[in-house]
Design a protein around this ligand. Structure first.
Ligand SMILES: NC(=O)C1=CN([C@@H]2O[C@H](COP(=O)(O)OP(=O)(O)OC[C@H]3O[C@@H](n4cnc5c(N)ncnc54)[C@H](O)[C@@H]3O)[C@@H](O)[C@H]2O)C=CC1
Ligand SMILES: O=C(O)C1=N[C@H](C(=O)O)C[C@H](O)C1
Length: 267
């Protein structure tokens, strides 16, 4: 049997980090070698397995960067991303980057890094979400020329703790639909006041923050006389955590480059 893939989890004490550690520990082909957090975290030194609710795994939460990881799986915050990218490049470690809400400069930094190391970057690691993105493009292609016109609106629902809006996934749905609709597509975030008539070349985004919802996206394709609503909803976070582990395994042995979940899932 080949040696297990050594992963480090960045943002290890977070909602996602804990699920990644739990699922990774249950997988014989993976070894968790580091659980990284910021240097002010009040749980530094705590066993990451205990934190994840699976019992001790002998990996303490630490702010030190590991030297023995094959892949870093990141679910953290935009303010933590620059260091994460730079450390992965300097240690020649592959990176699965799942954090959303990055600035344009950070995306540029990530693209530069992908010239040197293999990177999977996707706002959703979920199989169902990525498949829905492809379906959304197909629906758009079929309906964009219907008589009377097509209105596309994206409604996303997430837990009250989410820091960014709209979700990275909603933005990606919008970009992929806009690829089909054309270059003059406008992205409209919410509506208020005397907005006037809806134009035909816009995509509307609406971010709902409620309770503990782990992520739900509804794409409304409205026409005159009928509509389609494409809904994809997580009931827990394991769809994302499991997807990130699949991405980490897929990266093993790859050359430097920027990849996404469509590459991993062969879609
Ligand atoms: N691509 C995907 O499939 C998914 C992406 N996400 C994204 O992942 C990110 C994290 O989500 P959650 O786990 O819900 O958030 P969270 O707030 O529970 O966890 C973030 C963790 O990052 C840690 N952190 C902050 N600064 C750090 C630093 N400098 N170094 C290391 N760790 C640091 C925080 O202490 C915290 O434990 C968000 O951007 C979210 O949108 C969430 C779910 C799925
Ligand atoms: O913050 C979350 O929880 C999620 N964030 C991602 C996003 O912004 O698209 C993915 C998922 O919807 C959960």
């Amino acid at each position: 049997m080949s040696a297990p893939l050594r992963i480090a989890v960045h943002g290890a004490a977070g909602r996602m980090g804990r699920r990644v550690i739990a699922l990774a520990t249950a997988d014989k082909k993976i070894e968790v070698v580091a659980a990284i957090e910021h240097d002010q975290h009040n749980l530094l030194g705590t066993d990451a397995g205990e934190l994840a609710g699976i019992g001790a795994i002998d990996v303490p939460l630490s702010s030190k960067w590991p030297s023995d990881a094959d892949v870093v799986i990141d679910f953290s915050l935009p303010e933590a991303i620059d260091r994460c990218i730079d450390k992965c490049v300097s240690h020649n470690t592959s990176l699965v980057l799942a954090t959303t809400g990055m600035t344009d400069e950070q995306v540029e930094r990530l693209r530069d890094a992908a010239d040197k190391i293999p990177v999977v970057w996707a706002p959703s690691m979920s199989l169902a979400v990525n498949l829905s993105m492809k379906v959304a493009q197909q629906i758009t292609e079929k309906l964009m020329s219907v008589p009377g016109g097509l209105d596309v609106e994206i409604i996303e629902r997430h837990h009250r703790f989410k820091a960014d809006a709209p979700s990275g996934t909603a933005l990606k749905f919008g970009d992929m639909i806009a690829e089909k609709l054309g270059d003059d597509t406008k992205h409209v975030h919410g509506r208020e006041g005397h907005t006037g008539k809806r134009t035909q070349n816009e995509i509307g985004y609406h971010a709902v923050r409620v309770g503990d919802n782990p992520g739900e996206h509804t794409i409304v394709f409205g026409m005159l006389g009928e509509r389609i609503e494409l809904n994809v909803a997580a009931s827990n976070r394991d769809c994302y955590a499991g997807g990130s582990l699949a991405a980490a395994k897929w990266l093993s042995g790859r050359s430097a480059g920027m990849y996404d979940m469509f590459d991993v899932l062969e879609m």
